[in-house]
Design a protein around this ligand. Structure first.
Ligand code: SAM
Length: 342
């Protein structure tokens, strides 16, 4: 059972994270020139206090699950203050280039010499106006800070909402016999939390980016229980019905519709009939009444080539179309977490 001290420690850590990344957000605005007014209609947007209250309720729900014993309180994944500062400096040093891309002063450039690497065209872009797209160590080192600044310190907590349906499914199962997969694992944040919660289980993280996989290894640490493999979500290198749990966080909104459909069909193919699939991704239009304007502005401010199409669709319907039956759904701040069975 968690004690009062555990609760205080959890609250202090999350508050410190939010303050750290909110500080980056505020300071970063000095480097970023305002974007021109969009020339398309924008839906309603929430007030700052509404967003803050919603974020608080995300942390409260997570704490309830931790204190109910569903999964452990998260350990900080960047424990060294020096490392935190290094990442912070990297982030601020990169902002002028992000700003130049936002205002069209830099071409959509990616690291040279990579055209023959076999990566799909839809993938070779400066997603988020990020330097090098998904294709360099520099980008991999910057990514976690960029995402946390965007979500003012709540990105990890949103990813961790996937732990609840996994924990409920895991009851009465022996984790040592189970195999899980994180599709588009990126820098390995969700995988690290899953491994920490169920260290006896064998996990694989799959991603198209070798530098992101290398960063995931640094985040997770050396362990034979977590394998990291280069591969495409739309062509998973696993046998039919071979995996017990398949998760994916913030991948689907980065994919064109046909690739997204193929990726969902692949998840349905590789998961066992009694297995579980959990998808965490951005909310879509209508999920949070009064917030649709944020979804209109996001691709405009952050170069998300496939997001507008994603935001206008229904993840629930796409899962259904891939042969899944939904077992739970939760809106978690700016994301939603859907658990489904085949
Ligand atoms: C927005 S990031 C999400 C990463 C991570 N899951 C997270 O929660 O932060 C998208 C990730 O998906 C990867 N990715 C994009 N398209 C992919 C594909 N077709 N197959 C596998 N990985 C892909 C990118 O390399 C990147 O690491």
């Amino acid at each position: 059972m968690s004690s009062y001290v555990d609760r205080l420690s959890y609250a202090a850590r999350q508050t410190a994270r939010v303050a750290w990344y909110a500080g980056h957000y505020a300071a970063g605005r000095r480097f970023l020139k305002p974007m021109p007014k969009p020339d398309f209609p924008i839906g309603p947007t929430p007030s700052r206090s509404e967003l803050t209250a919603d974020m608080r309720s995300l942390f409260e729900r997570e704490w309830r699950d931790i204190s109910a014993g569903l999964f452990p309180a998260p350990r900080p994944l960047v424990p060294e203050p020096r490392e935190l500062l290094r990442r912070s400096l990297l982030y601020f040093r990169d902002l002028p280039q992000v700003d130049a891309r936002r205002h069209g002063r830099l071409a959509d450039e990616l690291p040279p010499g990579t055209q023959a690497d076999g990566l799909p065209d839809y993938y070779r872009q400066n997603f988020h106006f990020q330097s090098d797209g998904w294709l360099s160590e520099r980008s991999a080192a910057l990514y976690d800070t960029q995402v946390e600044v965007l979500f003012t310190g709540a990105a990890d907590a949103m990813r961790r909402r996937a732990l609840k349906p996994v924990a409920e499914w895991m009851k009465a199962r022996n984790q040592r016999t189970l195999r899980g997969l994180d599709v588009g694992c990126g820098t390995g944040r969700l995988l690290a939390f899953l491994h920490e919660a169920w260290p006896g289980m064998k996990w694989t993280g799959l991603d198209l980016s070798p530098p992101y996989l290398a960063e995931a290894r640094r985040t997770i640490g050396r362990t034979a229980r977590v394998k990291l493999v280069e591969g495409a979500a739309e062509k998973l290198p696993f046998e039919e019905s071979s995996l017990d749990v398949v998760v994916s966080s913030f991948l689907l909104h980065e994919l064109p519709a046909d690739v997204r459909r193929a990726a969902l069909l692949e998840m349905a193919r590789v998961v066992k009939p009694d297995g579980l699939v959990v998808v965490v991704d951005s909310i879509q239009k209508g999920d949070a009444p009064g917030w649709d304007g944020l979804l209109d502005l996001f691709p405009h401010h952050f170069h998300e080539p496939y997001y507008a199409e994603y935001a206008g669709g229904r993840l629930e319907t796409w899962l259904d179309g891939a042969g899944f039956r939904q077992v739970s759904a939760e809106r978690a701040f700016l994301s939603k977490v859907i658990a489904a069975r085949r």
